[in-house]
Ligand binder design. Sequence first.
Ligand SMILES: NC(=O)CC[C@H](N)C(=O)O
Length: 436
Amino acid sequence: MLTRTIIRIPALTRGLATHAGPNAALPAVLHLKTGQSFTGRSFGAPKSVFGETVFSTSITSYTESMTDPSYRGQILVFTTPLIGNYGVPLNQTPIDSQDVGVVLESSGIQCTAVVVADVAEKFSHHSAVESLASWCRRSNIPAITGVDTRAITRLLRDQGTTLGRLAVGADASAPAPEAHQYWDPTEENLVDQTSTKAPYDLNPTGDVKIAVLDFGAKANILRSLVRRNAAVTVLPWNYDFNAVRDQFDGLFLSNGPGDPGHCMEAALKLRKTLQEWNKPVFGICMGHQIIGMAAGLEAYRMTFGNRGHNQPVLALASAGSIKAGRVYVTSQNHQYALKLSDPFPEGWEPFFINCNDSSVEGIKSTPESGKKVWGVQFHPESAGGPLDTIEMFTDFVTECRAHRLQLPLKTTTATMADRIEPVFRDVAPQRVAVAA
Ligand SMILES: NC(=O)CC[C@H](N)C(=O)O
């Protein structure tokens, strides 16, 4: 006689209220200003918010993206379906002169809300101390799961970055807001809200002095400078650098949130710096846009921007570790870009171009200009993402050092072993004691 064997498969934990904590049952709806609504479940704070809805194609590093100050004011949609599976680390490092005090990109979540297809409620990682849901709730950030992020992404690609509202709990059953009720974060000067209010120093015993204009700097930018033994002074975004520039060997302009048009004041001050000061200057993302504006280029708003860790850029010129003709895979998070002008402003040349959409990915001073100024739209410090261009930090610090010591700069003859070690240092996890 045949017996029937019943195999009991443990219930899938996806989406079960028992694993997601007290908020799991709350309904949530993502409304877009263009009229579409997506219904799912809340897994974050029980509150509703407005924001600019953007998507990122990054597969990992949700913790770094969410703490990147450039996402301020934005409802961040992850295209990767399963988010949260390695949890969230303790965001604190032992304070020493070579570190900046945090593991992630700033001290807390910067985006306004997160949207995922399927939140992982069980997490596993040696450094994780809590789940994504618990982190969002503790940080008062609303979050939605169980929505079709493919459909949302297609809409955002077609119609462009769109204002949105994440309605949670009782608000989820209210009608969608009227068009005029949506909050547009780009109308505000988000840089002013994010930047340090007062100057501060990192690694003061470093052998080369670099000023950082802070438009909303990611921690890994500061780490990448101090780990190359720079003494870093972080200045507010609108600080009068020209008044103190003689104290520094180089100037760095950071990334930052929102519309670069709000930073025209910084661009005008930088124009004077570039006219009167010959020391190295390096800018990333917002910093690059401000260098471009100071050079006379125009910044424009892209349709949906570039956010992800797989953006290929072609180098059009060689400088330091960068070789013309090579394609580098880069980490990006931006909505604005510099307009390609023909001719380029005198003394400037294109440095990189995006292989997907041909947007300007970098500019540099020409060899004839006698200056050492570079701006890149992508993130060489890449937290997270590929480290193809991380050596641009070594190039910059080396230029600053050579300038200070007035040494002729030698061409890099680094071996592969020389190149691997500093890269590894940048990605090595910080070990911190976690209370049991
Ligand atoms: N990461 C950044 O610095 C972004 C710059 C600017 N806020 C943009 O969206 O283009």
